[in-house]
Design a protein around this ligand. Structure first.
Ligand SMILES: [Zn+2]
Length: 395
């Protein structure tokens, strides 16, 4: 019964892979060639008047046991097919972010899903292949394999040229905030979590995971600015699971970060989307998304199968150096399980399905019904025409 949809989705996936995004993101992308850790400079063609950095952000990148079982191959694991349909959107941004909500501690630690995750390292190969540049590692699963998990995950990320922030192997590493220079803009990137599921910080290693603490965050922001950061993005793992609205504590922390003149406040952990907000004037204040939801997970309960790719630009005034935020858009996504796990951009997937023969469409009917609902749920929940936060395109 699964073979027919599998065949159809194979066709769709191929079509996705060949399609170039038609939206505001640039088609070209430059890759780092040198050493990648900490003060990172990416050489980009800085055109005559161009100083717009286009950013793509997704929420939680999880790996439940159903996901790695589906990715099993003869020789190991291959997660790349899951990202094939969203790769054009992820790889065309200047900087692409996600929250890695698992560790890669190696096979000797046994691969597991919920409640304590350890994921095959091929997952990181797929993230790199899909176009991710920076992964935040501070979340309630950072210590799922204790300190060895923190160390091995960072080693595996660096071996693949992936930047990271939120956990550290040494106090010295913790003390240096990640600053990425791209298209002339120096962006400081910080990440924190509310906790680690009751797993204590490793003995003598309070630096292992960044915990949310306003004094600590203010200090890190100052350090990043002293290190040259012209704009700051803070990623927070916070809030309550399955809640579609932010709570008072999230709002208070966001207000605090806005007072520190942070440009971007990016939340996750709830596994469902939570709304956006501008604190201060749209464009010049702080842009907040309380939760980016799940981007890739094995969860199927209400709203957890949907996510977004958030696109926005950081625009730097070349004279004053002042940075503002613009062009905020979101691309609703959905995780299909009809033929293995696949993250689908909903508008594209529905459009392609509409062009199919009726019999072919009926074979993927369950996905189509859910994706129509996801489109409506996500657009209703996140759109804000007053401040111009809208879906990437209409349907
Ligand atoms: Zn979480």
């Amino acid at each position: 019964m699964r073979n027919l949809p599998a065949f159809l989705w194979a066709i769709l996936s191929t079509a996705f892979a060949q399609q170039k995004p038609t939206g505001p993101l640039p088609a070209q992308r430059t890759r780092d060639t040198g050493a990648l850790y900490r003060a990172i400079t990416r050489e980009v063609d800085v055109g005559a008047s161009e100083d717009t950095v286009r950013i793509a952000v997704v929420g939680d990148l999880m790996c439940h046991s159903t996901q790695f079982q589906a990715a099993k191959t003869e020789n190991g694991y291959d997660f790349r097919p899951a990202f094939q349909a969203v790769k054009p959107y992820l790889s065309s941004a200047d900087l692409t972010f996600g929250n890695l909500e698992t560790v890669t501690a190696g096979a000797v630690e046994k691969f597991t899903g919920y409640p304590t995750f350890n994921t095959p390292v091929e997952y990181l190969d797929a993230l790199s292949d899909a176009g991710f540049d920076v992964l935040t590692t501070a979340n309630n699963h950072s210590l799922d394999r204790r300190f060895i998990g923190v160390e091995r995950t960072i080693e595996a990320l660096e071996a693949r040229g992936l930047m990271h922030t939120g956990t550290a192997r040494t106090a010295e590493e913790r003390a240096r905030p990640l600053i990425v220079t791209i298209k002339g803009l120096r962006l400081g990137i910080l990440a924190y979590t509310y906790g680690t599921n009751g797993i204590p910080m490793p003995q003598g290693k309070p630096f292992a995971v960044n915990l949310m603490d306003t004094l600590v965050m203010a200090g890190d922001i100052r350090t990043a600015r002293a290190g040259g950061a012209e704009a700051i993005a803070v990623f927070l793992h916070w809030g309550l699971e399955y809640e579609r609205l932010p709570n008072a504590s999230q709002k208070a922390v966001a207000e605090f970060l806005a007072r520190q003149e942070v440009s971007l406040v990016m939340g996750s952990h709830s596994h469902v989307l939570q709304p956006t907000s501008w604190i201060g004037a749209p464009g010049n204040g702080s842009f907040v998304i309380y939760s980016l939801g799940n981007f890739f997970s094995g969860q199927r309960r209400a709203y957890t199968d949907a996510g977004i790719i958030l696109q926005l630009s950081l625009l730097r005034d070349r004279t004053t150096g002042k940075v503002r935020t613009g062009d905020v858009r979101f691309i609703p996504t959905y995780v299909s399980t009809l033929n293995g796990y696949k993250i689908l951009p909903v508008a594209d997937a529905l459009e392609k399905a509409e062009a199919l023969e009726a019999s072919a469409r009926s074979a993927i009917a369950t996905d189509l019904i859910r994706m129509r609902a996801v489109w409506s749920e996500t657009c209703t929940h996140l759109s804000d025409s007053a401040t111009g936060i809208l879906p990437y395109r209409d349907r």
